[in-house]
Design a protein around this ligand. Sequence first.
Ligand SMILES: *Cc1c(COP(=O)(O)O)cnc(C)c1O
Length: 340
Amino acid sequence: MEINLISDTVTTPTKGMLEAMMSAKVGDDVFKEDATVNALEEKTAALFGMEAALFFPSGTMANQTAIKVHTQPGEQLICDHYAHIFNYEGGGVSFNSGVSCKLIEGHRGMITAQQVKAAINPPDFYHSPMTTLVSLENTTNKGGGAIWDFEEMKAIKEVCTANGLKFHLDGARIWNALAVTGEDPKIYGTLFDSLSVCFSKGLGCPVGSVLLGSKDFIAKALRVRKVFGGGMRQAGFLAAAGIYALDHHRERLKEDHRKAKEIEAILSEKAFIFSVSPVDTNIIIFELNESVLDTNAFMDKMNKNNIRLISMGSGKLRLVTHLNYTDEMHSHLLSILNRF
Ligand SMILES: *Cc1c(COP(=O)(O)O)cnc(C)c1O
């Protein structure tokens, strides 16, 4: 039995999801004639109280499209130094948009309104890049699945409004945040100019992200998606998985969170663990006590037991729980950790 906890993207479609995919009504989405893609876009837009939506092959392309629409070359965006758009999108912010990132050292990937305000370049000081966009991430990936306090995001929105800045949310794992807070997703539509969500993370789809915004924004995003090569034809087979996931896989995220908490509890007691970051959702980031057990020895032992996890650099290791991580795998992992 392999226990793969490198990411929540390693899931395969369930039987129900595959059936929904195979019976999807499809058309050519480049002509906007795929009924299932249109239905997923409408459903997701309505869920978040946004005017319009657009289906993408990846979260990276959805984020990069949003940045491209919101900015002009030479401008600057503000984000946390852990941000996915800065660290894990291949330098796309500069490559695609000619934009630089003003990185803020936040707490677990989250920044404050005060920090954002201080990071804005004065608009009339033509020596520095013009600040035009603020991008947040919820939950934070490198920050260990941390959930934003909505009030802080609201305070940042006020800073954006006062300074004429656009406001984007990378909501790849927003489903995990919503499963914990119980917030009405519509409050996000009141705050952000654009929001990207992933179906291939916690929701268990093989492919797919959606970008949300105003009608005008999405019309521009459609053109950029074309330029990036993201126009797909009978994409309804993939969108059907997204619709199925919205209807069937949101509630169960609580189970991934419970399992992550149980792993956290065991790791926290162990002498070979130096520290475990607080677990809010499905991501567990921890550091080994290298004087007791070094990383190579730990990884060796995990490999021998068919357990896969990844290193996040600077001595940090990451486990992510997900749809394909069964109860049986969970009790097996807990017993192995207990015997360490
Ligand atoms: C996974 C992820 C994305 C998008 O990744 P893709 O692999 O391109 O779908 C964006 N932001 C965050 C925070 C992520 O974790």
